[in-house]
Design a protein around this ligand. Structure first.
Ligand SMILES: [Zn+2]
Ligand SMILES: [Zn+2]
Length: 503
């Protein structure tokens, strides 16, 4: 048996998919069949060639990716529980640390596993056994001693994918910075990390959350995640004015915590000036080398400032991230963090899209791409393909988010059509629904015939919240990707088969 690994030969160029033999896990190891991988900001840095200091002037059969989740394919001998002590079996959905602290050095013993000097990072040269060392492939080989956690049933793959990077990082960083209930927190940068930080701060009881960003749509998303104040660089073009705005919002005292999730060094002095006396500055954003800033050390002393930086995290942070997601499912719009889900075979497109979209967003969701390793081939009986199916009848039904779980869908838009392909469905049926009820969820039920004449009923639940702005732009791929993990097929036997869905 073999599996695919995406390999980069030129910075900013195309990926190539190579097949490698799938290894048997050694004792203590876990072989994971990946279902999702995220394209994180740091992956874009690598792809663009901004981390040459670490990866060389030319990528040498480079394979990478670190945000991911999947199902246990094989357990090595001796593995029967996850890192939280819960039973672990083949088929369980899992997420895991993508780095490997030694667990037995003085640093690890101080609960600073993210800083472990003996920390092992995955090999990034394709073809190095056990071959599946990174996220952009069909499998992941979790070496013995890796920290692995079962994903709660309530947490879908799309939401779980960035948990082992963005969310765990933010939970760990804010804990290090000493976040307490009643705090005022300033978040610089409303990207994936920043938005997670808004949710974490809100959940931890922060009294006031202030977000600073340049892009209006990201600021709106920050508000939707619970930010009290969204400061726009457009409206407050100078650092002085932004610092003053934070002072005005805090009665002249400054914020308890200011956190950088931007990654450009010029935001650091500005953020330091937003701190109250004795406050904490949390630095997470700077990951590419060369981010130098200058600041008056005396001002730090006089301000009793605490400087805290965080790269990687201790394993407890990932366990807590999953508990956080389970507890807050439905409270924060996590599903809006990922805008596009591509099949692994289209990874180059995913990077191009994430790179291009990263400059602004589509106004509704954060522009972040993810990859799906879903394998339609394993579905028995007649093959179903979203692109080739003949749709004989389609219904679009709408029901409100609030009654989502309790009621049967009540038809509000319903009709039949004969259309040659899925594509014809999209504009015809989604747009009127979205226009009519911005912010609603949409239920689509499609009956179609396969080549063998068997009638299948497929129900798609769009977990995306539509807004009227969505219907006006080139966004059908956005909607389609949102379907990703929400397909239920009903076979002739009546058995329901849940599948990943690739648009
Ligand atoms: Zn990441
Ligand atoms: Zn260690």
């Amino acid at each position: 048996m073999t599996g695919r690994v995406a390999v980069l030969k030129t910075y900013g160029g195309d990926f190539e998919l190579r097949e490698y033999p799938v290894p048997d896990p050694e004792p203590g190891a876990v072989l994971v069949r990946l279902t999702r991988a995220g394209v994180c900001g740091s992956d874009l840095h690598i792809w663009r060639g901004e981390m040459k200091g670490l990866y060389g002037d030319e990528p040498r059969d480079l394979t990478f990716g670190h945000e991911m989740c999947g199902r246990v394919a094989r357990l090595g001998a001796g593995v029967s529980v996850d890192s939280a002590g819960r039973p672990l079996a083949e088929g369980d959905r899992v997420t895991f640390l993508y780095f490997f602290p030694c667990g037995r050095c003085p640093v690890c013993l101080r609960d600073e596993m993210g800083s472990c000097p003996r920390k092992v990072r995955p090999n990034r040269v394709a073809g190095t056994p056990p071959y599946f060392n990174n996220a952009y492939g069909d499998y992941y080989y979790l070496r013995p001693g890796g920290h692995v956690f079962r994903i709660p049933d309530e947490v879908g793959d799309d939401v779980a994918t960035p948990a082992n990077c963005a969310l765990a990082q933010v939970i760990y960083g804010l804990a290090r910075a000493g976040l307490r209930p009643g705090d005022t927190v300033v978040i610089q940068g409303a990207g994936g990390l920043g938005l997670n930080a808004v949710a974490v701060a809100r959940d931890a009881g922060a009294e006031r959350v202030i977000v600073v960003d340049r892009v209006a749509s990201r600021l709106q998303l920050a508000r939707d995640f619970g930010a009290d104040h969204a400061l726009s660089l457009g409206e407050l073009p100078t650092p002085e004015r932004r610092v003053q705005a934070v002072m005005d919002l805090t009665d002249g005292f400054g914020a308890d915590i200011v956190a950088d999730f931007v990654g450009y060094p010029e935001v650091v002095p500005e953020g330091l000036r937003m701190l109250r006396g004795g406050g904490s500055y949390l630095e997470i954003g700077s990951i590419a080398p060369g981010n130098v800033f200058s600041y008056d050390a005396t001002a730090l002393v006089r301000g009793n400032a605490r400087l805290v930086a965080a790269s990687n995290y201790s394993p407890w942070a990932l366990g807590r991230a999953l508990a956080f997601l389970r507890k807050n499912a439905g409270r924060f719009p996590f599903e809006r963090l990922v805008s596009h889900v591509f099949p692994l075979a289209r990874i180059t497109e995913a990077f191009r899209e994430a790179d291009w979209k990263g400059r602004g967003g589509d106004g509704l969701r954060l522009s972040r791409a993810a990859l799906s390793m879903a394998d339609w081939g394993v579905v028995p009986s007649s093959p179903f393909c979203c692109r080739s199916a003949r749709v004989s009848r389609a219904q679009v039904r709408l029901r409100s988010s609030r009654t989502w779980k309790r009621s049967r869908p009540s038809p509000s838009v319903s009709s039949s059509t004969r259309s040659p392909s899925w594509k014809a469905l999209r504009p015809r049926w989604f747009v009127p629904v979205a226009r009519r009820s911005p912010g609603s969820r949409v239920w689509i039920e499609v009956t179609h015939s396969t080549q063998r004449g068997i009638r299948w009923v497929m129900s798609l639940v769009l977990k995306v919240c539509f807004s009227s702005s969505l219907t006006q732009s080139r966004t059908w791929s956005v909607c389609g990707s949102a379907i990703s993990s929400a397909v239920t097929r009903q076979g002739p036997s009546g058995a329901k088969v849940s599948r990943d869905f690739i648009w």
